[in-house]
Design a protein around this ligand. Structure first.
Ligand code: HPA
Length: 254
């Protein structure tokens, strides 16, 4: 089964006909909310989870990433699309652009980041050379193409701890590191998904120039970020509907 984790501005899926909701408890505590099951266009059943809670009550550093990923795996999910908003660092990633990143740099330090940390757990080093699932990335790009929506294929996602936005100097450093975009929720979510062998990829909407860049040279307009979400999230919905309706790829409903 396939899951969609919604980020800022994506608290429910357009066109999702809800079939049921399920509260899942995990050894790591509570997920961000009940899992919502449903279908789009009569396609296969999918699961939706709002990462920040359904009323956006959880800041990035308060999200229980382990509980979210564990709960999805527990109910049989094997493929995950993680939707997130990001700031654009690379010049070609301006507000409204949609990106399927292919790499991550993790700047967070204090988030529980593994399922393998109990005394009874084996020491386990999962491979993260390619942090996102190839099949899930391919299917997202194919879905975007089928909708005629331009999506940037690849880019380095830098994950900061939040909840504050970055300083201009931090963004300059991230640019030197090779980051193309900045967000606050990409890790440890991707690593946890890998630990449970989920096919996991991200679909990122650029809502602003990162701090010190372009229109954000003096400050980031939070109001402006909301406007971009209002204007452009519909394209994300269209890509997701195409993906989960199973029309654009043979493995779309697997
Ligand atoms: N920084 C971090 N996270 C973000 C940003 C940003 O500029 N925009 C959207 N999410």
């Amino acid at each position: 089964m396939q899951a969609i984790i919604g980020g800022t501005g994506l608290y429910q899926l357009t066109g999702l006909v809800v079939t049921r909701r399920q509260v899942v408890r995990t050894p790591y505590g509570e997920p961000s909310g009940a899992l919502t099951y449903g279908r789009i266009d009569g396609g296969p059943e999918i699961v939706f989870l709002a990462r920040h809670g359904y009323g956006h009550t959880l800041a990035p550093h308060r999200i229980n990433y382990r509980a979210n990923i564990w709960a999805l795996h527990e109910v049989g999910v094997r493929r995950v699309v993680s939707v997130a908003t990001v700031g654009g660092i690379a010049p070609h990633l301006s507000a409204g652009a949609i990106v399927v990143p292919d790499q991550i740099i993790d700047y967070t330090t204090d988030r529980p980041r593994t399922f393998f940390d109990g005394e009874d757990q084996p020491v386990t080093h999962v491979d993260m050379t390619q942090p996102y699932g190839a099949a899930m990335r391919r299917d997202l790009l194919a879905a975007a193409q089928a909708c005629g929506i331009e999506v940037v294929d690849g880019g380095v996602y830098g994950c900061t701890p939040g909840p504050r936005l970055e300083t201009a100097a931090e963004i300059r450093r991230m640019a030197r590191d090779g980051c193309d975009m900045v967000g606050m929720t990409g890790m440890p979510e991707a690593a946890l998904a890998r630990e449970l062998e989920l096919d996991y990829a991200a679909l990122c909407l650029v809502t602003n120039d990162a701090a010190g860049k372009g229109a954000s040279v003096d400050q980031i307009s939070v109001e402006g970020m909301h406007v971009v979400v209002e204007d452009s999230m519909k394209n994300v919905h269209r890509i997701l509907a195409e993906l989960v309706s199973g029309r654009c790829s043979a493995s779309g409903g697997a």
